[in-house]
Write a protein that binds this ligand. Sequence first.
Ligand SMILES: NC(=O)c1ccc[n+]([C@@H]2O[C@H](COP(=O)([O-])OP(=O)(O)OC[C@H]3O[C@@H](n4cnc5c(N)ncnc54)[C@H](OP(=O)(O)O)[C@@H]3O)[C@@H](O)[C@H]2O)c1
Length: 261
Amino acid sequence: MGKLDDKVAIVTGAGRGIGRVIALDYAKEGARVVVASRTPATVEAVVGTIESAGGTALGLTVDVGERDQIDDMVARTVGHFGQLDILVNNAQGFGTKAAPAGSPGFVALEDFPEDTWDHTFQTGLKASLFAMQAAFPHLRERGGKIINFGSGNGIGAMKGTAAYNATKEAIRSLTRTAAAEWGKYDICVNVIVPTMVTDSAEAFFEARPGIREKLAQQIPLRRFGDVGRDIGPVAVFLASNDSDFITGQAIHVDGGQILRP
Ligand SMILES: NC(=O)c1ccc[n+]([C@@H]2O[C@H](COP(=O)([O-])OP(=O)(O)OC[C@H]3O[C@@H](n4cnc5c(N)ncnc54)[C@H](OP(=O)(O)O)[C@@H]3O)[C@@H](O)[C@H]2O)c1
């Protein structure tokens, strides 16, 4: 018996990094998983990995910066599997719509460009909201779980990444509001605040020399998260019945970095 048997989950940004691991772990726990991400090749690869291990997945190439694609993602999920139980809003775009980047660049607040601001919010806060709105009619029928993503950058006011900080803090507020409004439908809404070594984290470290060492020193457990080991079990817990009485919370999977000793 898996912890997510009979459940259907959408994971955005599931092509690589944290989203990929969550998609694989959900499938291992028995969920039928919609692997939704921007690059067709990575979507296909993750679907292939799930299916070779005996799981069930549907791959959808989705740009979460486009609302019609989000609506289509939810409609195709329900059309294919007949239900939706879990929504993981993991994808987050950086850079601009015309020139997407692999991580948030560093720009002084006084110079912050509007197009970067807009793209960060479109693919972060607004994408999370639009996916939640599209999922709501289906989750309301059976109860469900929504997992959003915040960032220590927002909480700790990382200098130079204003748009990313603001969209991630807005997502935390959106999460609490949704938890308050949708609790009566048995929909739990929580946010994960991770510190994991992934492609975007590596790009972030590369863009600002010395930041890796500085951040590492803030982590009481004295290491960055290992994406293969540290994130999946928490994401499974928040999607499973084991967390049925937890909502509106920010779960820090960050080795205690939030404490900033
Ligand atoms: N890693 C950390 O320590 C950390 C810390 C704080 C918060 N987070 C948050 O955790 C989440 C996952 O982070 P990560 O480190 O795993 O990121 P990542 O390695 O950059 O992976 C992001 C995934 O999202 C996809 N994606 C990006 N823009 C998209 C769009 N517009 N539409 C659909 N998919 C899109 C990417 O697809 P492509 O492969 O096609 O680009 C990729 O598969 C993000 O919300 C991030 O802000 C991470």
